[in-house]
Design a protein around this ligand. Structure first.
Ligand SMILES: O=C(O)CCC(=O)C(=O)O
Ligand SMILES: [Fe+2]
Length: 267
């Protein structure tokens, strides 16, 4: 973590949308980066995503669990090398559950956390659905989250010129919160509303190690990455550019993909 004169505070950006700065400590960031490097290798590795209109997304992407393409999911890299999508590891799902629990907990244990160690399987996350404050500081004795386990990861790599336009994450069938983890260069993350691609929106700076969770009333909010800030990655991380990992719950029946008829354009 960079030395800060004033520590950055966690913030609710919109109902159900929470920014938790410095959620991953330096070791956890390195560990997640190493995992991303392995996932990026072929087969079913990092690829350029082509949109139906003939454009390409500037952020390159690799998927785990389910392969996302504009605009649906499949089990193979149907718009790439045709390989089977890489598996979604259990530890990543556990990280997702913990992220939701900690983002939505008012009194939960805070501060940097390691990537892999798993303390328990509890969750306070169900509270976001009703938009009421979660019960405080119960880490291990709470009911399980009402959603099936996280089973999709989209890993986006941004070089200095890459960006992502306003879009909704709308190809999943589950309303489970989306969990976003950032590594490397800082970026401007634009978090908007559920109705339009325009205002009102809030620009948040996401830095390496930051967590952003959006669920509940914000699950279908439009969001974007209008700008990456090149050269701002932590010196010790060894990453040039920015990586973002979003974790999602598909809500798909086992073995079946899904296609959305009307698509948005996150180019
Ligand atoms: O890179 C980010 O922070 C956001 C990525 C995103 O919105 C997505 O993968 O759908
Ligand atoms: Fe998104």
């Amino acid at each position: 973590m960079d030395a800060e004169l004033f520590p950055r505070e966690r913030a609710q950006v919109a109902p159900g949308a929470v920014h938790v700065p410095d959620w991953l400590d330096a070791d956890a960031q390195r560990e997640l980066l190493e995992a991303c490097r392995a996932w990026a290798r072929p087969p079913a590795g990092l690829r350029t995503v082509r949109t139906p209109g003939g454009g390409t997304m500037t952020a390159r992407q690799v998927c785990l669990g389910w392969h996302w393409y504009p605009y649906g999911y499949s089990r193979t890299v149907s718009d790439g090398d045709g390989s089977a999508v890489k598996p979604f590891p259990a530890w990543l799902g556990e990280l997702g559950r913990r992220a939701v629990r900690e983002a939505y907990a008012t009194e939960a244990v805070r501060g940097p956390v390691p990537v892999r160690p798993v303390v328990c399987d509890a969750s306070l996350a169900h509270s976001v659905v009703r938009d009421v404050p979660p019960s405080p500081a119960v880490v291990c004795d709470t009911p399980p989250a009402p959603w099936p386990p996280y089973d999709i990861a989209l890993v986006n790599f941004y070089d200095g010129d890459a960006r992502m336009g306003m879009h909704q994450d709308a190809d999943e069938r589950s309303d489970a919160p989306v969990v976003s983890l950032s590594l490397g260069d800082r970026c401007v993350f634009r978090f908007g509303n559920t109705e339009t691609r325009g205002r009102p929106y809030t620009d948040v700076e996401l830095r390496s190690g930051d967590l952003f969770v959006f669920g509940g009333a914000s699950r279908m909010a439009y969001h974007a990455v209008p700008r990456v800030l090149p050269g701002t990655a932590p010196a010790g991380l060894g990453l040039v550019g920015r990586l973002n990992v979003t974790l999602r719950v598909s809500g798909f029946a086992h073995g079946h993909g899904a296609e959305r008829i009307m698509g948005d354009s996150p180019s």
